[in-house]
Design a protein around this ligand. Sequence first.
Ligand code: ATP
Ligand code: MG
Length: 397
Amino acid sequence: LTGPFQEALSIINTIEDNGYEAYFVGGCIRDYLLQRPIGDIDITTSAKPEEIQSIFTNVIPVGIEHGTVIVRHNHINYEVTTFRLEGEYSDHRHPDYVEFVDKIDMDLARRDFTINALAMNKHGEIIDLFGGQQDLTDQVIRTVGNGHERFKEDPLRILRAIRFSSQLGFTLADDTITAIRDERHHIQGLAVERITVEITKLFAGKHVDKGLRYLDELELSPYIPVFKDFSSMTSFIQTIKPVFSLAEIICLIHQLQTNIAISDIVKQWKCSNRTRKEALLLNDAINYYKENGIDNLLVYKLLPNYIDAFGRIVSILFISSIEIKQLYQLKEQLPIHTKNELKINGHDILDMFPTVKKGPWIHELLMTLEKLVVIGDIPNEKTMLKEWIKWNPPVQK
Ligand code: ATP
Ligand code: MG
């Protein structure tokens, strides 16, 4: 067993010492066998949530009714879920019921794809009831059991199939494709928050072009908010590269098709206010760039955590891939980085014009100076700034 599994081994051991079964399961096994970075380690067990709570001291009851608790061990959170069956997702968010079962077999059978239905015991032996390892080798995404039924049960699995193809570069099995075509209309009923989670992961995938091509070919867009109005998908696919936030996706869509307003996307996707703000800021920067190219004012206004996002969007929209390193350099070399660094303030200005009434003109003047300093028209020195003000005094109304 390697690093992260070794770390979690004592949880498995403790559960077994108490007379229950426990295995590593799901995405962590898939990523381990693919030699990809392993995300969260999930554990599946025959022990009921209450039994886990009594065995471990550090347990967070996140979803007892679904059989899930979090066990905290050496500052790491592990999701520990009881073997279970699931009913249909008629509220489109949660299964109608879960039923705890004794054997891991049925728990693996409820999972979405063969590559996600793998488990591993403490000795590193793989439990593979549905040919998941073969599908990993063949790079295929295939539903566990009948695709039509599995997609009807929870249509989110359709979008998950697409996002795994984007993350892994895998191909969808023929049966799975047929089932997606037949069941795709069920996507309409999904809670939009679940959809945007998958869309965000889809766009961050290394093979995002592949994912979007499936989205297009399988004609899923008509059932997805925003995408149903987005007719520029084909041009999108040709230049797309991974992006890492919903805000970037929103900005891209609006830039490619300006008749889809950002506020509209935000509403349809029920985005957070923070995502809305990020998307608007990025969009302003892109619009400024379209008018002026890259200059001091652009990088001055671009907050440090937006530089990468901006660079990614520019390289998708305008192919001219700009060097992100160059943006950072330019930003570093700016005469000032915030308006606090300006060598003159409101008091200095008031002192220069003792007879002029205080008012918004002071702030306006400071903003003008800020801009002139940033673009390099005036050096950031008090005497020079005062000199400029003397030649351009405030007009008294
Ligand atoms: P990621 O790297 O994105 O976390 P993951 O495979 O771990 O990928 P999760 O959404 O964390 O995906 O789910 C963990 C596991 O739970 C999956 O591997 C799969 O076995 C199962 N699973 C998750 N969502 C579903 C679903 N909607 N239907 C069936 N099984 C699911
Ligand atoms: Mg996971």
